[in-house]
Design a protein around this ligand. Structure first.
Ligand code: HEC
Ligand code: HEC
Length: 507
C-alpha cells in the first residue's frame, strides 16, 4: 500500500513460492544432513565402520556445496523477492525481529565455518576433534532453524503478541513448537533422500547396509513430520482451520493441497519401507529419485498449505496481504487508497476506469492476476454462468453453481437459484436486465468486502477477528473512498465485459 507494486507476469505469490520452495528444500537438507552426517561419523568411530565413515565424508562435500553456495544464493533470492513483493511485511518483521535475525546470522556463521572446517579436516585432525566440529555444525544449523521457525510461525499465529507486542510472545506463539517438530522431521527426510545418492556410490557389499540405515532415518523423519503436522493443524485457531479443513472448506484448492501433502507423506513412508528398508540390494538411481520426489512433494505441499492458510494476512490479524495495516482501515477509508499510495495517484489520472485499475493494483493484485493464477476475470459472474445454472440440465447447473456462484452465495443452493432465476429464454429477451443483475453482483460484492472493514477495524489489530461473520474471510476488506469503490467497480465492469483492462505497465 505504501510501496509501489512490482508486477510479475506469473504473479508475485507464485514467484515467491518457487524461490522459497527451492530454498527450504536446500536449507532443511543443510540442517538434517548435518545431523545425519554427525550421527554417521559418530557411529562409524564407535563401531569401526569404514563404509559408514566414507558415507559421511562423501555427503559432507554435498553438504558444504549446498548449504554455503546454493543455500546462500537462494537465501538472498528470498530476501530480494520478498522485499519486492511485500516490502511492508519485511519492514514490519525487521522492526520486530531485528535481534532474532542478528542471532540467526551468528548461527549461520557458526554453521558455515564449521562446515568448511569439517570438510577440510577429514583425517587431518584427531577423530574426536573432527567429531566435535561436526556436532558444532549441528548446533549452528539447528539453532538457525529454530530462530527462523519462530519468525515464520509468528506470521501465521502471532498469538499474544497482538496484545502485548512483546518479542517473546510472538516468537513462542501457538504454532512454534509443533512447527519445530514438523521441521525437524522434514530436515531428516531431506537429509536421508539426498544421502541415498551418496550411498549408491558405496561398494556393492556395503550399499544395502547404508541404504537401510538411511531408510530407517527416512521412516523416522516422515513419522515425526506427520506427528508435527497433525499437532500444527490442531494448534491452529478455528478461523484458519475453516479455510482448508472440515467437510466444507472455504478454499477448495488449499484443501486439495493439504490432502496431497498427507498422501505424499504416506507415499514417502511406503517407498522408504519397500525400497530402502525392504530391498536395498536392488535400489539404483531411479527408485532413489522416486523416493526423493515423494519427500519433496510432501514438503512443498506443507509449505503451500502454510502460506495459503495465512490468507488474507501477511501477519495474521495485523497486516493484510496487500500491506494494509488493520489499525489503519479507518484512516484509509477517510483519506482514500490513492492518497495513501502516492505512487498510484500519479498513475491513476482522472478517468474512473484508470483510477479503478490503480485501486485494483494496490488492493487486489497481491493475490489476483487478470487471467492467470487466481484470475479475477474468472471469479466474476457471467451471463454464460447464469444461463448454465438456469438451463435444462440440472447436473451441469449443479457443477457450474459450485464452481462459479457458491463462493458468493454460500447460503443458497443450485436448486434455489434455478427457482429464482429467469429462464434462459427470458434472459435472451432482456439482455439489459441481465447486465444490470451482473453489475449489481459486482458492486454488491465490493460493498460486502467493504463492510468487512468494520469488523476488522473494531479489533484494531490488537485482537484476533472472528471471521465466521465475514462474507469473504480469505480476502482483505476493500478500503477507500466511495469514489474509489465506484472506480474499482467500473474497472471490474470492463473486465467482465471482455475488456483487456490492460494498459502499458498495468496488469
Ligand atoms: C489475500 C489475497 C486476496 C486479496 C488481496 C484479494 N482477494 Fe479476492 N480472492 C482471494 C481468494 C483466495 C479467493 C477465492 C479463490 C478460490 O475460491 O479459490 C478470492 C475470490 C475473489 C472473488 C470471487 C468470489 C469469492 O469470494 O470467491 C472476487 C470477486 C474477488 N476475489 C475480488 C477481489 C477484489 C475486488 C479484491 C481487491 C479489492 C480482492 N479480491 C483482493 C484472495 C484475495
Ligand atoms: C463475485 C460474487 C458473485 C458471484 C460469483 C455470483 N454472484 Fe450472484 N450476487 C452477488 C451479490 C453480491 C448479489 C446481491 C446483489 C445486490 O445486493 O444487489 C447477487 C445476487 C444474485 C441474484 C439476485 C437474487 C439474490 O439472490 O439476491 C441472483 C439470482 C444471483 N446472484 C445468481 C447468481 C448465479 C447463478 C451465479 C453463478 C453463475 C452468481 N450469482 C455468481 C454476488 C455474486
Amino acid at each position: 500500500m505504501d510501496y509501489p507494486v512490482w508486477d510479475v507476469a506469473i504473479g508475485g505469490g507464485m514467484l515467491m513460492a518457487w524461490v522459497a520452495v527451492t530454498h527450504v528444500i536446500v536449507s532443511h537438507f543443510a540442517v538434517g544432513g548435518g545431523l545425519l552426517i554427525a550421527v554417521a561419523e559418530t557411529l562409524s568411530v564407535r563401531r569401526g565402520d569404514r563404509e559408514l565413515r566414507e558415507l559421511a565424508r562423501r555427503s559432507s562435500l554435498v553438504l558444504i556445496l549446498f548449504s554455503t553456495v546454493f543455500g546462500a544464493i537462494s537465501g538472498v533470492g528470498i530476501w530480494v523477492v520478498a522485499g519486492l513483493i511485500s516490502p511492508a511485511a519485511i519492514s514490519a518483521l525487521i522492526h520486530n525481529y531485528v535481534w532474532a535475525w542478528a542471532i540467526e546470522w551468528v548461527f549461520f556463521i557458526l554453521e558455515i565455518v564449521a562446515a568448511l572446517v569439517y570438510y577440510a579436516t577429514w583425517d587431518r585432525i584427531s577423530r574426536g576433534a573432527h567429531l566435535m566440529v561436526g556436532w558444532l555444525y549441528v548446533v549452528g544449523a539447528y539453532g538457525s532453524l529454530v530462530v527462523i521457525n519462530g519468525i515464520v510461525t509468528f506470521m501465521l499465529t502471532p498469538g499474544r503478541w497482538l496484545e502485548t507486542r512483546g518479542f517473546w510472545d510472538g516468537f513462542f506463539n501457538p504454532t512454534s513448537w509443533p512447527s519445530v517438530v514438523l521441521r525437524t522431521g522434514i530436515a531428516l527426510m531431506m537429509a536421508a533422500v539426498f544421502m541415498v545418492f551418496a550411498a549408491l556410490r558405496a561398494s556393492p557389499e556395503a550399499r544395502p547396509r547404508l541404504l537401510r540405515f538411511l531408510g530407517w532415518w527416512l521412516v523416522a523423519g516422515t513419522l515425526l513430520a506427520h506427528a508435527g503436522y497433525r499437532w500444527w493443524e490442531a494448534a491452529l485457531p478455528d478461523g484458519i482451520r475453516r479455510l482448508f479443513l472440515g467437510a466444507e472448506p472455504l478454499l477448495e484448492q488449499l484443501a486439495a493441497t493439504r490432502s496431497l501433502t498427507l498422501w505424499a507423506m504416506a507415499l514417502t513412508l511406503i517407498l522408504a519401507m519397500v525400497f530402502l528398508v525392504g530391498i536395498p540390494r536392488l535400489v539404483r538411481v531411479v527408485p532413489a529419485i522416486f523416493v526423493a520426489a515423494a519427500a519433496f512433494a510432501a514438503f512443498a505441499g506443507y509449505e503451500r498449505v502454510r502460506e495459503g492458510a495465512r490468507k488474507p494476512f501477511l501477519i495474521h490479524d495485523y497486516m493484510f496481504t496487500n500491506g494494509l495495516l488493520v489499525e489503519r482501515i479507518g484512516e484509509v477509508d477517510r483519506e482514500g487508497v490513492l492518497a495513501v499510495s502516492g505512487w498510484a495517484t500519479l498513475a491513476a489520472g482522472e478517468d474512473p476506469v484508470s483510477v479503478g485499475r490503480q485501486v485494483f493494483r494496490v488492493e487486489c493484485s497481491p493475490c489476483h492476476t487478470l487471467d492467470g493464477y487466481q484470475g479475477i476475470r474468472r471469479a466474476l459472474p457471467t451471463l454464460a454462468g447464469l444461463k448454465a445454472v438456469a438451463g435444462s440440465d440440472a447436473a451441469t447447473a449443479e457443477t457450474v453453481f459450485r464452481a462459479r456462484c457458491l463462493p458468493c452465495h454460500r447460503d443458497s443452493s443450485a436448486a434455489e437459484m434455478r427457482e429464482s432465476l429467469p429462464t434462459v429464454a427470458e434472459m435472451d429477451e432482456d439482455p439489459e436486465m441481465m447486465q444490470d443483475l451482473l453489475s449489481g453482483m459486482v458492486t454488491g460484492t465490493l460493498e460486502r468486502l467493504r463492510d468487512m472493514g468494520d469488523v476488522y477495524a473494531e479489533a484494531g489489530g490488537f485482537r484476533p477477528v472472528d471471521t465466521r461473520a465475514l462474507s469473504h474471510p480469505y480476502m482483505p476488506p476493500c478500503v477507500g473512498t466511495d469514489g474509489e469503490l465506484e472506480a474499482l467497480a467500473a474497472y471490474l465492469e470492463t473486465l467482465r465485459s471482455g475488456g483487456a483492462g490492460e494498459e502499458k505497465g498495468g496488469r
